[in-house]
Design a protein around this ligand. Structure first.
Ligand code: ADP
Ligand code: MN
Ligand code: MN
Ligand code: MN
Ligand code: MN
Length: 387
């Protein structure tokens, strides 16, 4: 048994302390693999990849099993177990850990009828959720507030790294891109962006899988991108976000590109990486909703530090990101504003005229757990089963 490290900044890495020289996955001969892929597949078998969040709270794990029919809903997929002592989720002497299927997706890597099975993790043979399983917390709140129809839109920013651990397309030897960051946000041109193929492949795969995949854009930092999930009802938003992270890791294997969600991967002089959470309820979206939105903002202000504690995989690194620079608000200080990208909470420009709308919580770091963030936003704004 071991404890997993928190999501680590790679800005301390230099290519000398590189992870590896080559990524083997994307140079294995795909033509050879094709011979096996062309073998007729038994019509009574389905490949299912069971996927879960490990003890780090940011990395994911998967393992495959063969089923005899397609599970179209999570309850149709059998529960399963794994060795939690190898994933930072259990001790060796009590290692069997339960996988509870939570959502089913089409497998974009093998295509139909094969499936991806998103699971949440329970200690032992059930009962208690594992320490990094926040899905239950979030889902209970979604169920509790069903009538309010909570909607979420999640903007996942991320950084592409070469397998040596340095930024994709960044100069080798520890150098930084020559071009400053004025041109890279929604940028076009080889000088300004790197890795569009990865973003494009990921988008196609996510759409095939059946995610509420909304869009993509290049971000301020070279090699940094964003995708959006939404606008989704309740638990589907964080479910799809986690599945889109899994799919991104798999696409990255194919290209030999490593993906990091670290909030400040290259240190204080370079832009940060976040995951804005956009949120609304039926009441916020109805006439007069603006007044309710103001009430919610007051509650969010009161609970600011409670949110900040869990708005990243590691509080310290999100603190680094929320410096007051690069379109962020300072970590310690809550603020809000209309069309203000230096505020903790931004409201869309037209919200006052319309008298209704949604809020954007700009505080979560790129490596946050959207189950925790969505859950906490609901709990703070709407109350919970316990209050
Ligand atoms: P920006 O980068 O300017 O913040 P994006 O287009 O990246 O804008 O993200 C806007 C997000 O807002 C989308 O994820 C979208 O789903 C979400 N959104 C739009 N309307 C609502 C709403 N009524 N409730 C919740 N989220 C919403
Ligand atoms: Mn084994
Ligand atoms: Mn965005
Ligand atoms: Mn962005
Ligand atoms: Mn945003």
């Amino acid at each position: 048994a071991f404890k997993l490290q928190k999501n680590k900044s790679i800005y301390l890495f230099t290519p000398k302390r590189s992870l590896m020289k080559h990524n083997i996955n994307h140079i294995l001969n795909k033509k050879v693999m094709d011979r096996y892929m062309r073998l007729p597949f038994p019509c009574n078998k389905v490949l299912a990849t069971y996927i879960w969040i490990d003890g780090s709270g940011i990395n994911m794990r998967c393992k495959d099993r063969i089923l005899t029919c397609v599970p179209y809903a999570p309850d149709a997929a059998p529960t399963w177990a794994f060795d939690g002592s190898s994933t930072g989720q259990a001790t060796t002497d009590n290692s069997d850990t339960k996988l509870q299927p939570a959502a089913i997706y089409r497998d974009p890597f093998r295509t139909e009828p094969h499936v991806l099975v998103l699971c949440d993790v329970y200690i032992g043979d059930g009962g208690q959720p594992a320490s990094t399983n926040h899905r239950k917390y979030c889902n209970d709140l979604c169920e509790f507030h069903k009538e309010q129809e909570p909607w979420f839109g999640l903007e996942q920013e991320y950084t592409m790294l070469d397998v040596d651990g340095w930024g994709l397309g960044w100069p080798k030897g520890g150098g930084f891109p020559a071009v400053k960051y004025q041109y890279s946000y929604c940028g076009v041109g080889a000088k300004y962006i790197a890795g569009r193929d990865v973003s494009e492949s990921h988008a196609r795969a996510c759409l095939y899988a059946g995610l509420d995949f909304e869009g993509t854009n290049a971000e301020v930092m070279y090699g940094c991108w964003e995708w959006q999930i939404g606008t989704s009802v309740g638990i589907k938003a964080p479910d799809d976000l986690w599945m889109s992270r899994y799919i991104m890791s798999r696409v990255g294997e194919d290209y030999g590109v490593d993906i990091t969600y670290h909030p400040k991967p290259f240190g204080t002089l370079h832009p940060g990486v976040g995951m804005h959470h956009n949120f609304s309820t039926k009441r916020m979206r109805s006439d007069g909703g603006y007044k309710f939105i103001e009430e919610c903002i007051k509650k969010l202000e009161k609970n600011h530090m409670k949110h900040m504690k869990v708005y990243g995989n590691d509080e310290a690194t999100n603190r680094m990101r929320l410096s007051g620079k690069f379109e962020t608000a300072p970590f310690e200080k809550f603020s809000w504003g209309i069309a203000n990208r230096k505020a903790s909470i931004r409201l869309p420009r037209n919200i006052k005229e319309k008298g209704k709308g949604f809020i954007e919580d700009r505080r979560p770091g790129g490596d946050c757990d959207p189950y925790l963030v969505c859950g906490l936003i609901m709990e703070t704004c709407l109350g919970g089963p316990g209050t």
